[in-house]
Design a protein. Structure first.
Length: 254
């Protein structure tokens, strides 16, 4: 990914990691188009920062089709898509009441990226240099007890990224997987102040430094996430699972 010249579409960039990366990419020279569900917020961010903006609901297949066509029509040079939008919700699978929440997570975190890739894949292959940026999580490698479907959705994104990289080999499209640790955002209640979460600016700055140093990186791994990402490789999986869940305020809750 060329952070100085690419034209990048980031659905889910009206706050948190998505917005932090959008601001940094634009500051380095990229053309940035943000997407989100709230038109007023999109308009405000576009006016304030000079972003392109397109309304999109990544849980709605028709919205994805319309928004993707709109992006390609208005910015035909778009050559990078960052699949940023996602939700994280606690569940208790010991009761069947978990099902509606699990389905909503899968719709957003699994089907959303699949549908976005389907909407852009032909266009991206027509560009001389293109990037699909998937967004998984450290929890793709080590599970957090209160969020089983989120953990599973991010494990899916990790293996999807690995598989697509094989399929796109020899084409103009590369696949880069962004793997965040816990970051101080509003993804979960209380996470913006969580002492064990990485400050958002620190995370975004480290991501940009990695992309600048290695534009063809397969995985973008900040130092903080390597504790989770390589737990099994180090032979410390069980220990890290125990540490992660002992430190989580929901881990002992029934």
């Amino acid at each position: 990914m060329d952070i100085t010249h690419d034209t990048v579409f980031i659905p889910g960039a009206t706050s948190g990691i998505g917005l932090a990366l959008a601001l940094r990419l634009q500051a380095r020279g990229a053309t940035v188009v943000i997407g989100g569900r709230r038109q007023e917020l999109l308009d405000s961010l576009a006016a304030q920062h000079g972003f392109g903006a397109v309304r999109i609901d990544t849980a709605d297949p028709e919205s994805i089709r319309e928004a993707s066509a709109n992006v390609i029509r208005r910015w035909p040079e778009v050559n990078a898509v960052v699949l940023m939008a996602g939700i994280m919700v606690t569940e208790d699978w010991r009761s069947p009441e978990f099902l509606a929440t699990a389905e909503r997570i899968v719709e957003t975190n699994v089907l959303g990226p699949i549908r976005l890739i389907a909407a852009f894949v032909e266009h991206l292959q027509s560009r001389p240099d293109a990037t699909i940026v998937t967004v998984s999580s450290g929890l793709a490698s080590v599970p957090l007890r209160p969020t089983p479907t989120y953990n599973g959705s991010k494990a899916f994104i990790h293996m999807l990224s690995e598989s697509l990289r094989l399929q796109f080999a020899g084409t103009s499209v590369r696949v880069t997987e962004l793997v965040p640790p816990a970051v101080r955002t509003a993804l979960m209640p209380g996470q913006e102040e969580a002492p064990n979460a990485l400050p958002l600016d620190d995370f975004a700055d480290e991501v940009m430094a990695i992309l600048e140093a290695d534009p063809e990186a397969h995985e973008v791994l900040v130092e903080r996430v390597k504790f989770l990402r390589f737990a099994e490789v180090r032979g410390e999986y069980d220990e890290v699972v125990q540490i992660l869940n002992a430190s989580d305020p929901h881990a002992a809750a029934d």
